[in-house]
Write a protein that binds this ligand. Structure first.
Ligand code: PLP
Length: 354
C-alpha cells in the first residue's frame, strides 16, 4: 500500500450506494457487513421539537452522562471521533509538538495517517505494539485499542508502561478507543479521572489523549457523536477549534439517553457477544485459520481476499476488503444475515477460491 496518503481519498466501509451501482444489484437486496457498526442500534424515540429548532447549547445533562459512562470528569463532546482525528495535528502544532515524530500502527484506521501527513508530520510505523526502546524525546504515539481491523488489544498494564515512557520523554500518547465499549475493563479513560496536579503515579496527565465514539457500539454512527478525554491543556484549545455548535441538539439528546441506559448497554453487550461468536463459528469453519477482531467485527487474513471480496459482492454481500488487500473484515450480521452469509460462503463460487 502507498503509505503516503496525504492527497488520497480513503476507501471506507459503508459505501453501499456506490457498490450497489457497480454490481448492478438494487440497494435493498444487499447484506451490508462493510462497517464495524453494531447491527442493532440504540432505539431513538421521539426527539423534542426544541432539539431541532434551537441552537445546541452546552448540555450539562450530556456531560454528566458521559462523565459517568467514561468514569472521568475530564472530557468534551465532539461530532464523532473523526472530527478530533482531523483536528489533532494542527492542535499539536500549536501545543509545542510541531517537530514531533508520529508513531502509527502499520495496519489501522488510515484517517489517522492521512491527518498527520496532511499536516506534514514525519510518520513512522510500528507493527502490533510500539517499541518503547525506539521512542525518542517529544514523540507522539498513536494506539488504536482495540485495533481496527486487526483486533489487537493492548492491556492496561502495557499501555500504562508505554505512557510512563512517553510521559518521561515529554511526548504524547493518543489512544483511539472507538471500539472499546464492549470491553470496558480495558479502557484507559479512568486514568484521566484524577486532578491534573494531584496525579502521584509519575505520569504527566497532559501526555494522554483518549478518543471515544458513540457510533460503533451504540449503532449511532449517523448522529455524529464522540468524546475526547483529556485535561484542560488539550480540552481548551480543542473546544476553541470546534466552536460553539459542533454537536447537534438531536445528537446531544439521544447521546444522553444512550449513555445513561445501563440496561440497554448490558443487553447490547450480550447480543453482540452472541452474534460475534456465531459469526466467528461460521468463519472458522469456512477459512480454517485464526479469526481476529472484536465483538464489532471479525477479520480474516487470506491471500485470496480480493477475489473473495469480489465473489461476495456478486452475491449481494458487501464486506470490507482491508487496505493491504490481504484481509477481509466482516461486520456482525444478525441471525438472518448470518444464515445468508454462511450459505454464500459455503457455495461453489466461494469454495473454489479457498
Ligand atoms: C478506529 C476508528 N476510530 C475512529 C473512527 C471514526 O468514528 P466516528 O467519527 O464515527 O466516531 C473510526 C471509523 O470507522 C474507526 O474505525
Amino acid at each position: 500500500m502507498d503509505k503516503n496518503m496525504s492527497e488520497h481519498t480513503l476507501v471506507h466501509g459503508g459505501q453501499l450506494t456506490e457498490i450497489a451501482l457497480r454490481y448492478n444489484i438494487p440497494l435493498e437486496k444487499w447484506l451490508d457487513l462493510s462497517t464495524g457498526i453494531a447491527p442493532t442500534s440504540y432505539p431513538v424515540g421521539l426527539i423534542p421539537a426544541m432539539c431541532w429548532q434551537r441552537l445546541p447549547q452546552h448540555s450539562d445533562a450530556l456531560l454528566k452522562a458521559a462523565q459517568d459512562y467514561y468514569q472521568t470528569p475530564n472530557l468534551l463532546a465532539t461530532a464523532g471521533s473523526q472530527s478530533i482525528i482531523q483536528a489533532l495535528p494542527q492542535l499539536c502544532i500549536s501545543q509545542c509538538f510541531a517537530d514531533a515524530r508520529v508513531w502509527l500502527p502499520a495496519v489501522g484506521y488510515q484517517e489517522h495517517r492521512k491527518a498527520w501527513q496532511n499536516a506534514h508530520y514525519q510518520t513512522l510505523d510500528y507493527q502490533d505494539t510500539p517499541d518503547i526502546r525506539l521512542i525518542k524525546q517529544g514523540d507522539i504515539v498513536l494506539v488504536i485499542n482495540p485495533n481496527n481491523p486487526s483486533g489487537k488489544l493492548h492491556t492496561r498494564q502495557q499501555l500504562t508502561e508505554l505512557l510512563l515512557t512517553i510521559s518521561a520523554k515529554k511526548g504524547l500518547l493518543i489512544i483511539d478507543e472507538a471500539f472499546m465499549d464492549a470491553t470496558p475493563e480495558h479502557t484507559m479513560t479512568p486514568l484521566l479521572a484524577c486532578n491534573r496536579d494531584s496525579s502521584d503515579n509519575n505520569i504527566n496527565q497532559d501526555a494522554l489523549i483518549i478518543l471515544r465514539s458513540v457510533g460503533k457500539f451504540f449503532g449511532l454512527a449517523g448522529i455524529r457523536l464522540g468524546f475526547v478525554v483529556a485535561h484542560d491543556y488539550w480540552l481548551k484549545p480543542i473546544a476553541d477549534v470546534l466552536g460553539p455548535w459542533s454537536v447537534s441538539g438531536p445528537a446531544q439528546y439521544v447521546g444522553r439517553q444512550a449513555l445513561t441506559d445501563r440496561c440497554w448497554q448490558q443487553e447490547q453487550t450480550t447480543v453482540l457477544n452472541r452474534l460475534s461468536s456465531a459469526l466467528e463459528g461460521v468463519l472458522v469453519q469456512v477459512f480454517t485459520r485464526p479469526i481476529h477482531g472484536t465483538t464489532l467485527f471479525k477479520t480474516v487474513i487470506t491471500a485470496q481476499a480480493p477475489a473473495i471480496f469480489e465473489a461476495l459482492c456478486k452475491q449481494g454481500i458487501y464486506i470490507r476488503l482491508c487496505d493491504e488487500k490481504n484481509a477481509l473484515r466482516f461486520g456482525i450480521p444478525n441471525e438472518q444475515g448470518l444464515k445468508q452469509l454462511e450459505s454464500v460462503l459455503l457455495s461453489q463460487p466461494i469454495q473454489r477460491l479457498l
